[in-house]
Design a protein around this ligand. Structure first.
Ligand SMILES: Nc1ncnc2c1ncn2[C@@H]1O[C@H](COP(=O)(O)OP(=O)(O)OP(=O)(O)O)[C@@H](O)[C@H]1O
Length: 262
């Protein structure tokens, strides 16, 4: 069987914000078709790690590759979808829900008007997140959770091969979480790889192939999402959870021996 293609790889990645060494040498990979969750306490570096992947935070050391291409030479950004940590980035903009989601197709249209395939992708994304009936509404008329769904639809509309999401479930009610889990399941079934930051696994738990627990800018553990989530929530009571985590199963040496540069 052919080895899985690595969609994203960070090797020994370091990053600094202000005077703070926020990432201190992390290894993180997402293989084709994989769903990888980043877990960890507030401030452990989760958002920074994914912001390095999309180029918002420069690496100060280490290597980043996207679809096998070194970051400096990577141009194919339409293959990457990004949902930022909950924000109201589009609020205040006089745009409809459909217009905001359509902006996720701009890199496909390459300055041409959106075509039929683009409009179909927008409609599908709106349906996936359960916002089709709000398509003509102003984004300013949405609740925070609805707004988040629109940003997710914007990323899905681009039909990304790698979808990166920073706490997509934050502030979502349970019904909305279920809708998003179903949307993610469909997207993964189409072959999309996913890297996401989560505090609560919620209905995403069965979709996650691998969890990576960050602590103070280092990878502390890699393993089963539910057990690692326990460790993330109860960092001083790790023994039992480690047993359940199946730590080590099928992991590379660099993932098994992270954080050696304390
Ligand atoms: N602009 C900044 N300047 C300086 N330090 C920053 C900046 N942004 C974040 N940090 C620091 O970097 C560290 C990691 O932040 P990051 O947002 O990556 O954490 P996180 O794991 O995503 O946390 P949370 O769960 O709270 O979202 C924190 O200590 C934070 O204070």
């Amino acid at each position: 069987m052919a080895a899985p293609q690595t969609v994203m790889s960070l090797r020994d990645a370091t990053a600094t914000l202000g005077a703070r060494a926020v990432l201190r040498g992390i290894d993180l990979t997402v293989d084709s078709g994989e769903v990888v969750a980043l877990l960890g306490a507030n401030g452990s570096g989760k958002s920074t790690a994914i912001r390095t992947v999309i180029g918002q935070v420069p690496l100060t050391g280490g290597e980043l590759e996207l679809f096998g291409t070194p970051f400096a030479r990577f141009r194919d950004w339409r293959r990457v979808g990004y949902v930022p940590q909950r924000s109201t980035a589009a609020a205040g903009v006089p745009a409809t829900v459909r217009e905001v989601v359509s902006s996720g197709r701009l890199s496909h249209a390459r300055l041409r008007p959106l075509g039929r395939a683009d409009r179909a992708a927008v409609t599908r994304a709106l349906e996936l997140v359960g916002m089709a009936d709000r398509a003509r509404d102003s984004v300013n008329a949405l609740s925070g959770g609805q707004h988040q769904r629109v940003l997710i639809a914007r990323a899905l509309a681009g039909a990304p091969d790698l979808l990166i999401m920073d706490e997509p479930l934050a502030g979502m009610d349970l019904a909305s979480q279920d809708v998003l889990a179903e949307a993610l399941r469909e997207q993964v079934a189409r072959g999309t790889s996913v890297l996401l930051v989560l505090h609560e696994l919620g209905p995403f738990a069965p979709l996650i192939d691998r969890a990576v627990l960050l602590r103070e800018g280092l990878v502390e553990r890699v393993g089963n999402p539910e057990a690692l989530h326990d460790i993330a929530c109860h960092p001083h009571d790790t023994h039992d959870a480690e047993g359940r985590a199946g730590i080590g199963a099928g992991l590379s040496m660099s993932e098994l021996n992270p954080g050696t540069r304390r």
